[in-house]
Design a protein around this ligand. Structure first.
Ligand code: SF4
Length: 315
């Protein structure tokens, strides 16, 4: 099934959710106080070089508050804009499967019981940080509420993965996808465009490779160079080419056109904390970037999956 709209010739998350739940669905980002094994030495030290010292999850709830307060605060904010809706509770900050099973269980189960209109539990984590017992548990939970697991891939290119200090490999990522899919859990991959020293072709290769994997969703965003990160310091001392907006628009639109049509595109650009953003400054104009991607697709008669269709027709 396709979830294209007149405005967006690709499967948007909004259209997918509306069709699945017959309602507007909000994502409420919670902070469960998890940490990251790529910082404490378990998998690596220093973290991924683009990640701020406080860890990922700049837009999640306040970890000083309990989940209920975080949920209520964000819910209230959302309802200033929209009257009605259902909710996805989203454990966003750091690696949300990094901990004892009991702690994980308590947090997830508390989160999904916060409101009767919660329809999905979404969990962001690392591909090398999901134990067998957590997978088993998620598989059981997935029978009662849809569970989505978001995994950072960022790129398929080993040199870039090393430069970024990700601490996992493409193989680790692929293994995690298989393990989660064996429990029927939806997997959402993250990729980054504009990584230092990656060419246009390399970014397309990353997107094309996703077609070989059993993933259900994708988040695409530009590389954010933030203050207080290793990447920020590297950029200020050595510099590297940052994508211009039109280059980002072109590569992202072309990636979409290469993707198979059963992938839901959750995002085509991200949010960076404005005060910490060094580059690219154009990424602050989130809706302009989104509109430009739509325009590029339309002007070039492209839509999600068109290149695969053409290949089938042998054009
Ligand atoms: S795995 Fe996530 S939280 Fe950990 S360092 Fe990388 S980006 Fe930050």
């Amino acid at each position: 099934m396709k979830y294209f709209t007149n405005q967006h010739p690709y499967n948007t998350l909004d259209a997918y959710l509306k069709s699945k739940f017959n309602s507007k669905v909000f994502k409420i980002s919670l902070n469960g106080g998890f940490t990251c094994p790529n910082r404490d030495g378990t998998k690596g030290r220093g973290g991924c070089i683009f990640c701020s010292e406080s860890g990922s999850g700049d837009f999640a709830g306040n970890p000083e508050e309990n989940l209920k307060t975080q949920f209520q605060t964000i819910k209230k904010r959302m309802h200033k804009k929209w009257n009605e809706g259902k909710y996805i509770v989203y454990f966003q900050a750091n690696s949300n499967t990094y901990g004892e099973l009991e702690t994980i269980k308590n947090l997830y189960e508390e989160a999904i019981s916060l409101d009767k209109d919660i329809v999905v539990l979404a969990i962001a984590t690392r591909c090398d940080c999901i134990s067998d017992e957590v997978i088993e548990y998620l598989g059981e939970l997935n029978k009662t509420i849809p569970v989505w697991v978001e995994l950072g891939l960022q790129t398929i290119h080993p040199k870039s993965m090393k430069f970024l200090n990700l601490g996992y490999t493409l193989e680790d990522f692929e293994t995690a996808v298989k393990r989660l899919r064996s429990k029927n859990i939806e997997v959402i991959a993250h990729i980054i465009n504009g990584l230092p020293f990656e060419t246009y072709e390399m970014m397309l290769e990353t997107a094309k490779h996703l077609n070989t994997l059993d993933i259900q969703g994708l988040k695409i965003h530009s590389l954010f160079i933030l203050k207080n990160t290793i990447l920020g310091k590297y950029y200020e001392s050595k510099g590297f080419k940052v994508l211009e907006m039109d280059e980002y628009v072109k590569v992202t639109a072309e990636q979409i056109a290469h993707l198979k049509q059963d992938i839901i595109i959750h995002r085509v650009n991200g949010d960076a904390p404005a005060t910490d953003l060094i580059e690219p400054q154009w990424s602050r104009k989130k809706f302009v970037v989104m509109n430009e991607i739509d325009k590029y697709l339309r002007n070039n008669n492209l839509y999600q999956g068109i290149y695969l269709e053409n290949k089938k027709l042998d054009l």
